[in-house]
Design a protein around this ligand. Structure first.
Ligand code: HEM
Length: 409
């Protein structure tokens, strides 16, 4: 099953590599065809790129997630802070990298409270989208990323959490700083911004939790301290860390869902015309953006025992990297996979992962994107791309989104 791989390292499949940065499928397609289950010795990991294999592994709740269970030196350990392994799991990491029983202990109450908040957020999100679009409405040109797609998710999560209005601009600055934690190639100034922001955000969440214990408000921080008071086994650090995970996990990704989507519609005017003519297509248009050019390249798991995947024998503790972007273009799962077509129905994409770790923010991301694409092209019917040539793709490995995207009316 593992033939000669057309790349030497998983990093060549990320935005670190100039070819993959310009077009990830230039790398992913030959790999999926020639070597769909590939052992990359340089990062001690398996890279899986066929839809059926990715779907099978990502949905399998017996797989491990935590890097500390993975082979020494493997890809799954890259994000691990080895110096803190003696601390309890909940004190040093979010649910993103946690295994059972801690993962469910924290995710179950968090998701219950969060989903109840998301379910009633649509009117608020519509108002946020409308205000942000008002702020660029009289401009001849604007940066869709910086002026529109970055503020929408930050203001949305701030409102859900319960950030005070007077602190919103500080919160925006900290959010942009905290998100820099995803970037392994930061400048010293960016690292300083990140560290300052993480400390400020931690202090702010501590302050908010204390305030909400004294007087509850209609927000997620109040819900979480209320759950603690009712006996939910969650420490303050666990609540803070996972509220921060909602912020970090949701901002850049939703920004890129909006940014990538607008670019796709401007490149495919016939799809834009279809969307504008029939607003009931919005939900499936959002799914097609996620499939065709989703914000996240990969997710990961760790083998819990010796097993075979796609005919290849894997060992317990082996690191498994799931090629979500590659799977979403597999011709065995999708007809005309390289065509952007918002009338597409059928096989669901894997852009939010699956199983017990499936993206907790998926309903919110979908709601923000649905709100945005319900009105955007109606409000800016003559919008077009202002700069010629390839957009400036961000150099952030394993994410796909633009640094900036100037559009003109
Ligand atoms: C288009 C937008 C988004 C995409 C493409 C995306 C993608 C993903 C992916 C691929 C995973 C890993 C799933 C797995 O391993 O099976 C994940 C997990 C996660 N995401 Fe998202 N995400 C998005 C939006 C959000 C939002 C809006 C939030 C929060 C408000 C969020 C918070 C999280 C968290 C906390 C996890 C960890 C869940 C767990 O391990 O239990 N994400 N996301």
């Amino acid at each position: 099953m593992t033939g000669e791989a057309p790349v030497k390292s998983i990093l060549e499949l990320s935005a670190f590599d100039p070819v993959a940065k310009a077009d990830p499928h230039a790398r992913l397609k030959p790999l999926r065809e020639d070597c769909p289950v590939w052992r990359d010795e340089s990062t001690k990991s398996w890279f899986i790129s066929r839809y059926a294999d990715v779907r099978g592994v990502v949905n399998d709740r017996t797989m491990w997630r935590s890097g500390e269970r993975a082979e020494q030196g493997s890809f799954s350990r890259f994000l691990l802070d080895e110096s803190r392994l003696h601390e309890p799991p909940g004190e040093r990491q979010s649910i993103l990298t946690m295994d059972e029983p801690d993962h469910s202990r924290i995710r179950t109450p968090l998701s219950k409270a969060f989903y109840a908040r998301v379910a009633k957020s649509r009117p608020k999100i519509d108002a946020i989208v409308s205000d942000v679009l008002d702020s660029v409405a009289d401009r001849k040109a604007f940066d869709l990323i910086g002026d529109v797609a970055i503020p929408i998710p930050i203001i949305t999560i701030a409102r859900i959490l319960g950030v005070d209005d007077q602190r919103l601009s500080e919160f925006r600055d900290w959010s942009e700083g905290v998100i820099l934690g995803l970037n392994p190639v930061r400048t010293p100034d960016e690292t300083a911004h990140m560290e300052r922001s993480q400390a400020a955000m931690t202090d702010y969440f501590t302050e908010l939790m204390t305030a909400r214990r004294v007087k509850a408000e209609d927000d997620l921080v109040s819900d979480m301290v209320q759950l603690q008071a009712e006996g939910a086994p969650l420490s303050d650090t666990e609540v803070r860390t996972n509220l921060l995970a909602l912020l970090v996990g949701g901002n850049l990704t939703t920004t890129d869902l909006i940014g990538n989507g607008v670019r796709l519609f401007l490149l495919h005017p016939e799809q834009k015309a279809k969307l504008v003519a029939d607003p009931t297509l919005v939900p499936q248009a959002v799914e097609e953006i996620l499939r065709f050019e989703g914000p996240v390249d990969i997710t990961g798991r760790v083998m819990p025992e010796d097993r075979t995947v796609g005919g290849c024998p894997m060992k317990q503790t082996h690191s498994v990297v799931l090629g979500l972007r590659a799977a979403n273009r597999d011709p065995a799962a999708f007809e005309r996979p390289d065509e952007f077509d918002i009338s597409r129905k059928g096989t669901p994409h894997v852009s939010f992962g699956g199983g017990s770790h499936i993206c907790i923010g998926a309903p919110l991301a979908r709601m923000e994107a649905a709100s945005f694409f319900s009105t955007f092209f109606q409000r800016f019917p003559t919008l077009h791309i202002a700069e010629t040539g390839e957009p400036q793709w961000r150099a952030l490995p394993f994410f796909r989104g633009m640094e900036r995207f100037v559009v003109a009316v």
